[in-house]
Ligand binder design. Sequence first.
Ligand SMILES: [Zn+2]
Length: 216
Amino acid sequence: MNNRLMGTLLTFVAVVAGLSFATPSHASAKIVTDADATEGIKTAQSFGSAADGGIATGKASLTPAAKRWQSKTITYKVSSKTSYYKSVWKSAVKVWNRSGAVHLVATSGKADITLSNSNSPMGKNDSTVGITYSSYYNNKSLNGLAVMASAKSYVFTNVANRFHYSKAERTNVAEHELGHALGLEHNVGKKSVMYYATRDQSVAKPDVNGLQHSYR
Ligand SMILES: [Zn+2]
C-alpha cells in the first residue's frame, strides 16, 4: 500500500515498522504493513493535506474500509501507563463496542490491537497527533477486505499538548486511531470520526454504518 503513503511518513514507516510488529503465528502468509496518521489541527481553517495521504473515498454516509479482522471478536491491550490515557482508550473502546458490529475484548496476553500513547517520533514540530500501524495478510480477504494480522495505535502526547487538546478531543483521536485498527479508512465528510483531521467529532452514524458493513 505504498501509494497510500507520502513524504516523511514513508521514512517513518521504514524506521518504525520493524520495531512495532511481532511476527504473526500464520507463518506462510505474507504480511503487509500499513500506517495511518491523523493530522493535528488548531482550527477548522488549518486543514492541510492529510499527513498519511490516506485516501478518503465514497459517500460521507458510509465510512469506507480496506481491511477487517477475521472475527468480530477482537482482542486489545492498553499499554498506556497513565490512568489518564488508560481512561481515554477505555472510552474509545466503549464507543466502538456500542456499535454492536465488533466485540473488543481486553486481554493481558498477545492482543490483536495494542493501544498506547507516546511522544511523536516525528519531532516536536510535526502536527500528526495520532497514528496506527497495521499489517494484514495479502492472501486472505473477507467481504472484499484484507484480513488484518496486527494493529498498534498511538495518540501522540506532545502534539496533543501543543495543540491544547482536551481529554474529550484526545478521546476522539483515540477513537479515530482505533477505527483504523478495526480496518476503517478516512471518510470524506467532517461528520465522521474518520475524517482525516478529526478533533471535535466522535464516532457517528457513518462510522457505525461502515463498521457494520465491514463486519456483516
Ligand atoms: Zn487517519
